[in-house]
Design a protein around this ligand. Structure first.
Ligand code: GDP
Ligand code: IMO
Ligand code: MG
Length: 420
């Protein structure tokens, strides 16, 4: 048995949560492998809407095992909030959600350090979600972190020692903060975590594979936010690419099967950083309005722009994508003409290769295609696709050399068309 990986090819929010939920019936186990509550994964079905931050999106499709892997950073406070919210709606996860002892804990002081660091950066701030992601991964690689398994012995002592270090750092920033408001929440969050089964997830996941169980790894963020391959430094602090799934779960690269690369039919980005095809005109406003492009975690308006084939080719390459999934095709239904960036012009040079940096003078070279200019949200089969949508799909498949196997035409689970 292999691990299939589903991950974002753009700047996050491609619709990963929706598609993981749709694909879950085909799998036994769903695993998150990186990121933390900076993620906001939205699922809609039966007229209900859920946004998940820490918990894998496989919890709503029957009796599946869901695992929070070692590569994740977990905030006990937001975790408890999420667990309590789901319980109130009839989803008790005590027997179906397992958590890696090696996942690192986000502490209140990590969140304060995130805010202090962003404030100190001023104009050059990353636009982080302020969930403490960067400082927690810094403590992990700096070999200072506290892991989930540490709550089983002497947690208070370990917490006090790390908190002291953090408070010195926060003072150096000269940042005002109030820790008391978080600390009761941390205590309660740790208690909630203790009620769950904490596992040696690398052993467990490899055992599942031996036992012929199928695993789907659910990525968070997107390739262009990857710490190594994204638009550095305007990135998150983890490896969001396919190789990150091996690290974040403890499975061999030889055990990776299909790689589902998911992208919007256009592009969005929240937070700061370069975005070559960003639109500042009414077309951008139309995308935001029709696509309800507001952050699932922070509520911030998402920046919108045309599809960027240069970036998408790069993402397909670094992930070894085997199947493409195109989301939010319905949103482009309000345009008579659609543009796709096929190259970048920088001064006199034109390149189709995603460069080391995306400079300010970069101008996308666009190809124009006729839009489908109609409502796709009621479609049930690809036979009903308008010609212009078929042409758009064909063009992208030719350019990317990977088949588009799923096309999404609305936020609901049912609004998903699997192509033959
Ligand atoms: P994720 O972080 O990749 O899981 O994506 P988000 O949940 O942050 O953002 C995707 C948003 O688009 C959510 O509000 C989804 O409900 C919505 N969505 C997903 N697929 C479609 C689609 O095909 N059409 C439309 N209109 N909305 C969609
Ligand atoms: P999902 O999983 C979109 C962005 C932030 C910021 C940068 C760094 O829902 O697709 P961080 O808090 O990680 O230090 O922020 O990354 N970002 C996301 N953007 N979707 C996400 O997750 C994101 N997680 C982080 O806006 O620009
Ligand atoms: Mg999201």
């Amino acid at each position: 048995m292999k691990v299939d990986v589903l991950l974002g090819l753009q700047w996050g929010d491609e619709g990963k949560g929706k598609v993981v939920d749709v694909l879950t019936p085909e799998y036994d186990v769903i695993t998150r492998f990186q990121g933390g509550p900076n993620a906001g994964h939205t699922l809609e079905f039966d007229n209900k809407k859920f946004v998940l931050h820490n918990i894998p999106s496989g919890i709503f499709q029957g009796d599946k095992i869901n695992v929070i892997g070692n590569g994740v950073v977990l905030d006990p406070i937001t975790f408890k909030k999420e667990i309590d919210g789901l319980k109130a709606q009839g989803f008790d996860l005590k027997n179906s959600l397992f958590i890696s002892k090696k996942a690192h804990l986000i502490l209140p002081t990590h969140r304060i350090l995130d805010a202090a660091s962003e404030a100190a950066k001023g104009k050059t701030k990353i636009g982080s979600t302020l969930k403490g992601i960067g400082p927690t991964y810094m403590d992990k690689t700096g070999r200072n972190g506290i892991r989930v398994g540490d709550i089983l012995t002497n947690f208070e002592e370990k917490y006090a020692a790390l908190k002291e270090k953090h408070e010195q750092l926060i003072k150096m920033y000269g940042f005002e903060y109030n820790l008391a408001e978080y600390e009761q929440g941390l205590k309660e969050g740790i208690e909630t975590l203790r009620e769950f089964t904490l596992i040696d997830s690398e052993h467990e996941l490899n055992r599942y594979l031996k036992d012929e169980k199928s695993i789907l790894a659910e990525g968070a963020q997107g390739t262009l936010l990857d710490i190594d391959f994204g638009s550095y430094p305007y990135v998150t602090s983890s490896n969001t690419v396919c190789a990150g799934a091996c690290i974040g779960m403890g499975v061999s690269p030889r055990n990776i099967g299909e790689v589902y690369g998911i992208f919007k039919a256009y592009c969005t980005r929240v937070g700061a950083g370069p975005f070559p095809t960003e639109l500042f005109d009414e077309d951008g406003d139309k995308m935001r309005e029709h696509g309800h492009e507001f952050g699932s975690t922070t509520g911030r308006p998402r920046r919108c722009g045309w599809l960027d084939l240069v970036a998408l080719k790069y993402s397909v390459m670094v992930n070894g994508v085997t199947n493409l999934i195109m989301m939010k095709s319905d949103v482009l239904g309000c345009f008579e003409t659609i543009k796709i960036a096929t190259a970048y012009k920088m001064g006199d040079a034109v390149t189709e290769e995603f460069p080391f940096e995306l400079p300010e003078n970069l101008e996308p070279v666009y190809k124009e295609m006729p839009g489908w200019n109609c409502d796709l949200t009621g479609l049930k089969s690809e036979d009903d696709f308008p010609k212009e949508l078929k042409d758009y799909i064909q063009y992208l498949e030719d350019e990317l050399e990977v088949p588009i196997t799923i096309v999404s035409v609305g936020p609901d689970r049912e609004q998903t068309i699997v192509r033959e």
